[in-house]
Design a protein around this ligand. Structure first.
Ligand code: BG6
Length: 610
């Protein structure tokens, strides 16, 4: 997906500088190419190229662009290769129009042909260009920019958001149709953007938008309208609590390391929410449903797997983990009005998840409970209820603190549910909840301190390893998958996460001398996982163990460095902290390989496309 930013200012004449400052906060949304279009003396100055914003700025002087208004776009390529021509923003047919989009036009090829057959000169192979031509087309018919923007949406199918302007108007318009968009009001200047972090350098006075709405920006106003009939909607601006420090590294070399180190605070904050008055309602939603699913993608899916084990273990409730894009073909027909879909998405915008949300709502197939981090997201506004993950903005593309928050939420709710349905002894339940509240923040910090050095040293021994496995058992199944995903995402090694008892049924054939296999353990399952370690080490494989140090496991590691030990903790907390050494290992291995872990190639933080 991509990131768009539009600003209209009363007094600025060097709009390029603030557009670079604001839009660079969206780098996690896309870094294949970047471009800026500004209006100077009634003419559009449009500069764009492939590469990250700092490089293209260096090359084209983006921050030196003149004007009092403009649009910036950071691209994650979908339609059209990442080339200069396909970079955004784009002109319309006429160079008086400039604009950029985020999302996907499903009718791209048909509409492109239609526009060309009616005389439009299409310059690129990028679907975003068609949004600007559509406005150009309707302007020809209406001679009114507002109407042209409103009508342009009729021709476009898919999930998208776009911002567009005309050289002779001191306004910018933007449309929200399935991709995220939020506006902000500052002193004699206004801004619209795909995400909050790019608004914060200008203002914390924000206007949240919903799908099917459009905004008109002037230097002193943000007006919201319903696209369907053009009716103005009086939407109050509100002060967001998210502060701009979220978009700064705070002295860390990378956002990823900063966000890993924020996990002790995340534990405290999310437990504070869980101890609040709304927990009961969330637990009742589970109790009042006949079947429940944890639907998610990427790291959120791995957290969902951890959650499903907790719900079984502590509450005796089978909550099925499901991959967002797979949900409809695999479970779509099992839904009815008593189902509950727990939709887990830190961004609240992942299209695979929004598709499930829309299916459940449109066909009245039960309730939806969002587990989300971004306030103002599509999932937040449209789920029947939502649990805020309160992590603060997560900027690094690989998820860390948001995954951590999700696993804590599931562990907590499972324990509370287990006590209520009698599956868990009340005393045991209270002990676990108390351990979460009192021990977990400190334990998280101790684990980072204890395993940081070990992870850094271990990373050096893996730098030339082309591929490896990461195995878990029971409550650490999802943890092992998350560790494997981190290594894939930011180290570019192939690393498969899977269930340790399954490894002998085929994948074991990969093991040769020194082949590395991670085993993520808990003290209650190590008796079982020891069999699986044996099957690897007796064939010369290299076992790397992640978990509490246990004497019975020591004989299986060739040297101390192959034991990523975490501090002693109540067994049910093991799975929550076992992920930390794996996060740190992948981080250090990525950096050792000269990769920027915050911006791994080909990836994007939030995929608002199918
Ligand atoms: C991917 C991200 O694009 O989306 C992952 O790279 C993330 O880090 C996944 O886990 C799901 O994102 P979300 O916002 O739905 O939790």
């Amino acid at each position: 997906m991509c990131g768009i930013t539009g600003i209209v200012s009363q007094n600025r004449t060097d709009i390029g500088q603030i557009l670079v400052e604001c839009s660079s906060k969206l780098t996690y949304r896309g870094y294949d190419s970047v471009g800026i279009a500004t209006v100077v003396n009634g003419m559009v100055d449009l500069r764009k190229d492939v590469g990250k914003i700092e490089d293209v700025n260096e090359e084209l002087g983006l921050s030196k662009m003149k004007g009092d208004r403009g649009i910036a776009q950071l691209r994650w390529a979908t339609y059209g290769a990442p080339t200069k021509t396909n970079a955004q923003p784009h002109f319309g047919c006429s160079r008086d129009f400039y604009g950029a989009h985020n999302g996907n036009l499903h009718n791209y090829y048909e509409y492109r042909r239609e526009l060309m057959e009616t005389g439009h000169h299409i310059r690129s192979e990028n679907d975003g260009e068609l949004c600007v031509h559509a406005v150009d087309k309707y302007y020809e018919q209406t001679d009114d920019m507002f109407e042209a923007v409103r009508c342009s949406t009729r021709d476009l199918q898919g999930a998208f958001a776009y911002a567009v302007g005309r050289a002779d108007e001191k306004k910018i318009y933007a449309v929200k149709m399935g991709s995220s968009l939020v506006a902000g009001i500052a002193e004699h200047e206004t801004i619209v953007s795909s995400d909050l972090p790019s608004i914060l350098p200008l203002t914390n006075n924000v206007v949240y938008l919903q799908d099917g709405e459009m905004v008109e920006l002037t230097p002193d106003s943000v007006r919201v309208f319903r696209v369907e009939d053009g009716k103005e909607l009086h939407r109050e601006a509100e002060i967001t609590s998210v502060d701009s420090s979220a978009a700064e590294k705070g002295g860390y070399p990378h956002f990823m390391l900063k966000e890993i180190n924020e996990q002790p605070q995340v534990a405290e904050d999310v437990l504070g929410v869980l101890e609040g008055p709304k927990s009961d309602k969330w637990i009742q939603m589970i109790e009042n449903s006949n079947r429940q699913y944890l639907v998610a993608c990427g790291s959120s899916y791995n957290a969902g797997i951890v959650g499903s084990y907790y719900f079984n273990r502590l509450a005796g409730v089978p909550i099925i983990p499901a991959i967002g894009g797979q949900f409809e073909p695999l479970y779509g027909k099992t839904l009815d009005e008593d189902s509950l879909c727990i939709l887990v998405s830190q961004s609240g915008e992942t299209k695979d998840i929004i598709n499930v949300l829309n299916r459940v709502k449109n066909d009245d197939l039960g309730k939806t409970l969002g587990v989300l981090n971004v306030i103002g997201s599509t999932l937040m506004f449209n789920a029947d209820a939502y649990i805020p993950m309160v992590c603060g903005y997560e900027v690094s593309v690989p998820a860390t603190k948001t995954y951590f928050s999700q696993t804590i939420i599931f562990a907590y709710l499972a324990a509370k549910l287990g006590v209520r349905n009698g599956h868990l002894d009340p005393r045991e339940g209270e002990q676990f909840i108390s351990a979460l509240k009192k021990n977990l923040p400190r334990l998280t910090k101790d684990t980072m301190n204890k395993s940081g050095i070990l992870a850094k040293e271990l990373a050096r021994t893996l730098i030339d390893v082309p591929d490896l496995y990461c195995l878990g058992y029971g409550l650490t199944d999802g943890v092992a998958r998350e560790g494997a995903l981190k290594i894939k995402e930011i180290c570019y090694n192939h690393c498969e996460g899977m269930y340790s008892s399954e490894f002998k049924h085929g994948p074991l054939s990969i093991v040769t001398d020194e082949y590395p296999v991670f085993f993520v353990t808990t003290t209650e399952d190590s008796w079982m996982i020891i069999n699986h370690i044996n099957e690897v080490t007796c064939r010369g494989g290299r076992a790397i163990i992640v978990g509490e140090k246990e004497d019975k496991l020591l004989p299986y590691v060739d040297n101390d460095g192959d034991y990523l030990a975490v501090p002693k903790s109540p067994v049910l907390l093991n799975p929550l902290i076992d992920v930390i050494p794996l996060q740190l290992l992948s981080y250090y291995l990525s950096v050792d390989k000269g990769i920027n872990p915050d911006l791994p190639r080909n990836l994007s933080k939030t995929l608002t496309v199918d």
